[in-house]
Every structure is written in structure tokens, then in C-alpha cells.
Design a protein around this ligand. Structure first.
Ligand code: PEP
Length: 255
């Protein structure tokens, strides 16, 4: 399966931003502009406390709504955590796993990733599994090694039949929220490494169904250029997803 056969996927990660009223306004505006969603998939990853309201407003539209994190058990003594089934219950249909802020700021180890990915698949929450190297790792020429290690962890319990429900986001840590974007060559090389690794792990055919997104300071001014890079199937957008006037041109990158 080639790039063209994979539906472009534009995802907005609100992180710990916006408030309830502004979240709902943004959903209404984007929903009104989406059309039938036939030629691209658009989703927002909202703070968990707003998920139920945001999902209710998005209902009846093709807009996907997801959480930003989960724990992998379905219940138990895990103060402050959310089970995948809880996100499903309030209307979320997807989730981010292993975002670099979870890994870097909150110390989530690679060892949790396989169980989180498995738990999301088992609950019918479509995961975006985030991977990416730090600046030190890139400078030390360790990018490929780091990406493969993160892929090994995330795919620990992924079967070939699951692959099409999985999305990978390549997000170089040094490009997230910094205004710095990876070069075309850097993005191309990383996406090639990721797809090659997946082909060895789940086979060529299944790999062809997995979308690989790029994330890291995507803006209206660079979205089209990044989407034109070989093997980029979509974008994971932080800051620019917080306002309709910056997110709409990204969704509509080719119009
Ligand atoms: C992100 O949150 O995953 C992200 C890429 O953020 P930003 O677009 O702000 O760099």
C-alpha cells in the first residue's frame, strides 16, 4: 500500500490548554467545516475532564475525539489514572500513547508502552503511539536506535491483524513546542526507518496500512510542505491546534 492509499490524518493535541467553553467553541467551528470527512481524518486529543462534553458536541460528525493518556489496567488502586474503558464510556474513540511529555516530564518508561498499546486496542480505542529522539540522542547519532527501541516496546503485544488500527507519530522531542521543525531529510529518514522496522515486525502488507504522522512545530505555513514528504501520512499538531484560524489551514493544507 502506498502513501496515496492511506487517508491523511490530522490530529490536534490540546495538552493542558483551553477551558471548557473555548474547547466546545473550537469543536463546533471545526465540525462545521469538516464535511463528510471522506478524504481526511481529523481528531482532537482533549484534556480528560472535557472529553464527555467535547465528544457530545462532536457527535454526528466525522471528528474523532481522544484522550491524551491511559493506564493499562481496567480498574484498581491507581489513584489519578484513567482506564481505557473510562475514555470509551464518555465518547472517546482514540488515545495518545507515549507522548514525549509523558515520557520526559512524567518519567513514563518504555516498558509501559506495550501494555498501554495492547489495552487501547483491546478497548477499541485507536492508539497514536508517539516516538521520537531527544536532541542529545540525535547529536550522538542514536536516532535510529532510539526509534527502534521505542517501536519494540510499543509493538510488544501487537499482532499483524492489529496493525491497521495503529498509528505512529514521529515527533522529534527537540521540535515539539520549540518552533523548530525537522528538515525534509530528517523526517524522510525517520519515517523510512519506522516503516522498515514495522515491515520486519508485522510484514509488508500490514505495514502498508499503518499511518505515520509527523509532529513538531507544525504550522499553517509548513503543513503542506511536510505533508508532501515521502511516507508522511498526517500531522500531530500541538500549539497550532488550539485555534480555528491556525488549525483549519493545516487541516486544509492542500486547498
Ligand atoms: C505535540 O504536542 O505533539 C506537538 C507536536 O506540539 P507542537 O505542535 O506545539 O510542537
Amino acid at each position: 500500500m502506498t502513501n496515496a492509499a492511506r487517508k491523511p490524518y490530522i490530529a490536534g493535541n490540546w495538552k493542558m490548554n483551553l477551558d471548557r467553553a473555548r474547547s466546545l467553541d473550537l469543536i463546533k467551528t471545526i465540525k462545521g467545516r469538516l464535511g463528510d470527512g471522506g478524504d481526511r481524518e481529523v481528531a482532537f486529543f482533549a484534556p480528560a475532564i472535557y472529553l464527555a462534553d467535547v465528544a457530545a458536541v462532536a457527535q454526528g460528525s466525522p471528528l474523532g475525539i481522544g484522550g491524551q493518556n491511559i493506564w493499562y489496567d481496567s480498574d484498581g488502586a491507581f489513584t489519578g489514572e484513567l482506564a481505557p474503558r473510562m475514555l470509551r464510556e464518555v465518547g472517546a474513540d482514540r488515545v495518545l500513547i507515549g507522548h514525549s511529555e509523558r515520557r520526559q516530564v512524567f518519567g513514563e518508561p518504555n516498558e509501559w508502552m506495550g501494555r498501554k498499546v495492547r489495552a487501547s486496542l483491546d478497548t477499541d480505542l485507536l492508539p497514536i503511539y508517539c516516538i521520537g529522539e531527544t536532541l542529545d540522542e540525535r547529536k550522538a547519532n542514536r536516532t535510529d536506535r532510539v526509534l527502534k527501541k521505542q517501536l519494540e516496546a510499543g509493538f510488544e503485544q501487537v499482532k499483524t491483524v492489529d496493525a491497521h488500527r495503529l498509528t505512529i507519530a514521529y515527533e522529534p522531542v527537540w521540535a515539539i513546542g520549540t518552533g523548530e521543525t525537522a528538515t525534509t531529510e530528517q523526517v524522510e529518514a525517520a519515517h523510512r526507518t519506522i516503516r522498515k522496522w514495522m515491515a520486519q515486525r508485522v510484514g509488508e502488507e500490514a505495514t502498508g496500512t499503518v499511518r505515520i504522522l509527523y509532529g513538531g512545530s507544525v504550522k499553517p505555513t509548513n503543513a503542506k510542505e511536510i505533508m508532501a514528504i515521502d511516507d508522511v501520512d498526517g500531522l500531530l499538531v500541538g500549539g497550532a491546534s488550539l485555534q480555528a484560524d491556525t488549525f483549519l489551514p493545516i487541516i486544509e493544507y492542500d486547498r
